[in-house]
Design a protein around this ligand. Structure first.
Ligand SMILES: NC(=O)C1=CN([C@@H]2O[C@H](COP(=O)(O)OP(=O)(O)OC[C@H]3O[C@@H](n4cnc5c(N)ncnc54)[C@H](O)[C@@H]3O)[C@@H](O)[C@H]2O)[C@@H](O)CC1
Ligand SMILES: Nc1ncnc2c1ncn2[C@@H]1O[C@H](COP(=O)(O)OP(=O)(O)O)[C@@H](O)[C@H]1O
Ligand SMILES: [K+]
Length: 501
């Protein structure tokens, strides 16, 4: 699914108005209808509760006025309107239509004019994608006022005060903190990033049927991964395959206290279908591995030379990092391995070592790195979200490596400059070892023949889906373990395969 900028969204609206063709007020009417359809299907809909709709001067406020007319059929509705010298044309039409339906429009002079009871649902239609500068004055006061109320808040299109794209220079306090955002047609970039993402709350997309020709041809570098697209990446196994063809993989890590990290990665790689798995690890892990994961073949890093091992094993792919540590021996090992031409996943301490030794420039097209925000900050600096995003995207384009930036909505950056946001996964995955599991999955997929980009899309999606299945089976986020992700990986493949054509 394409993610468009605020500017492109305006163009999409305009193109639809001109080419469908449809009058702007009728497009607004359609948006209102689709928004209400999403709302009544959401868990927030309760016709016993009163609704307060806060409207601004533009078309977002116009939507709010239209929504008021529609919700009046179910709820007790009150409409509040920000004063303005210039309401948009469609806003004025909808003010008129609301009054015709007997709705009183109360002008807001100060935030305290807004009257709510404890069960009132607040619909936020102050500002949408037309926001041109951070909110100030009365609008900002209204946002701060409602943010202090414990009432449920549902935003129309975008939490008011938030820019669709770049909020680096915005004031977080003057953005509505919504429980639910029902957005039109496309997810907005700011919903998928910190610190704005949490302010959008739960997300729903109302399909307002903007012109298909525009949607097909519009150029973007930002996408939200969808199951059907990921299913196209998946390559079903050939029934005549033998293990040598299913990928030979080498995992390097698991030294000392962090032996478990290598065992988790190894388990994940085996569950993700690797044919042969070699693990080069510390003495403790070498001893534990035959019991924990008898399918893996282990080597003690104290006893083997990495170059000899590579020559003997001939891996199709390597992963290095989980439980590697940052000792000088680990640094020396990584130093040698960064010279290999073999596709390599770099995670955890491998990334910390790269940052420590300033080896970022040694990353190239054979590398897939999987930093979490802490590791990414060490590697690429600690700038604000959009600036960081631009820095990382530019780095990936110039170095040729592929990056998975982990978190909620993990992002895949490709050397072509594309960025894919992953929708699967949940807060139960914020637990020790879940990143190690991802490393193992990626290792197996790359060894099995997927390109780095395809492995990243498929691997990140399946990893999150395993987390979602594990959450269902464990009952609550708190109880999900990284090993559950390995256990449910088969079910995740099964779920994805339902969409394979
Ligand atoms: N154009 C269309 O056909 C459609 C538009 N839709 C709605 O229209 C919205 C966009 O509408 P608009 O472009 O009118 O923009 P908004 O309603 O987001 O607000 C723009 C208005 O606020 C003013 N403004 C912007 N930033 C301000 C600030 N910081 N302080 C005070 N005033 C500020 C602008 O000068 C303008 O008058 C979307 O978010 C969506 O809700 C939907 O109805 C779908 C169809
Ligand atoms: N709140 C969340 N929602 C979705 N996915 C999450 C969430 N928290 C963590 N994850 C996923 O879990 C993994 C955590 O990786 P990482 O931080 O490296 O963990 P570890 O170092 O303990 O192995 C990442 O793939 C991340 O995307
Ligand atoms: K809004």
């Amino acid at each position: 699914m394409k993610i468009l900028s605020a500017e492109q969204i305006r163009e999409a609206d305009q193109y639809t108005i001109e080419n469908e063709p449809i009058a702007s007020i009728d497009l607004m009417e359609r948006a209102v209808h689709e928004w209400v359809m999403e709302y009544v299907q959401s868990p927030y809909f309760d016709y016993h509760k009163p609704v307060v709709i806060l409207c601004g001067p533009g078309n977002n406020g116009g939507d709010g006025l239209g929504i008021a007319r529609s919700l009046k059929n179910f709820h007790k509705v009150a409409v509040y309107l920000l004063p303005s010298e210039k309401y948009s044309e469609d806003n004025l039409i909808n003010q008129h239509r609301a009054r015709e339906k007997g709705i009183e429009i109360i002008p807001i002079q100060k935030p305290e004019d807004i009257r709510v009871t404890s069960d009132t649902i607040i619909v936020d239609a102050l500002y949408g994608s037309g926001l041109s500068r951070p909110l100030e004055g009365l609008a900002a006061d209204v946002v701060r006022f409602i943010n202090h109320l414990s009432n449920k808040k549902i935003s129309v299109d975008i939490p008011s005060g938030m820019f669709a794209d770049d909020n680096d220079h915005n004031n977080i306090e003057t953005i509505v903190a919504a429980d639910l955002t029902i957005t039109f047609q496309f997810p907005k970039l700011s919903f998928l990033m910190m610190p704005t993402g949490p302010l959008a709350g739960e997300l729903r997309i109302a399909d307002i049927k903007l012109h298909h020709e525009f949607l097909r041809s519009v150029q973007t570098n930002h996408y939200l991964l969808e199951k059907k697209e990921v299913a196209k990446v998946y390559q079903p196994r050939n029934t005549w395959i033998h293990k040598g063809q299913a990928g030979r993989a080498l995992l390097v890590g698991g030294i000392g206290h962090t032996s478990g990290a290598a065992i988790l990665s190894a388990t994940a790689a085996l569950r993700a279908g690797v044919g042969l798995l070699y693990v080069a690890c510390g003495s403790r892990a070498t001893q534990a591995l035959p019991f924990a994961r008898p399918e893996a073949i282990s080597f003690d890093l104290n006893e083997v030379n990495i170059n000899d091992l590579i020559s003997a094993v001939e891996p199709d792919a390597i992963a290095i990092g989980p439980g590697l540590g940052t000792s000088s021996a680990a640094a020396e090992l990584l130093d040698q391995m960064l010279e290999f031409e073999i596709p390599t996943v770099l995670d955890a301490d491998a990334l910390n070592l790269i940052a420590q030794h300033h080896w970022q420039k040694r990353l190239g097209k054979q590398h897939l790195i999987t930093p979490h925000p802490g590791e990414a900050a060490r590697l690429f600096g600690n700038s604000k979200q959009m600036e960081f995003h631009r820095t990382l995207r530019a780095f990936v384009q110039s170095s040729g490596c592929t990056v998975v930036y982990k978190g909620k909505y993990s992002r895949i950056y490709t050397p072509e400059g594309n960025v894919y946001f992953n929708p699967t996964g949940n807060a139960g995955m914020a637990t020790a070892g879940s990143g190690d599991v991802l490393t193992g999955i990626l290792l197996a997929l790359i060894a099995g023949g997927y390109s780095l980009e395809k492995a990243a899309k498929l691997g990140v999606y399946l990893h999150g889906l395993s987390g979602d299945i594990a959450l269902k089976s464990r009952g609550s986020e708190e109880a999900v373990l990284a090993s559950d992700l390995c256990e449910k990986l088969g079910n995740a493949f099964e779920e994805l395969k339902k969409d394979v054509e």
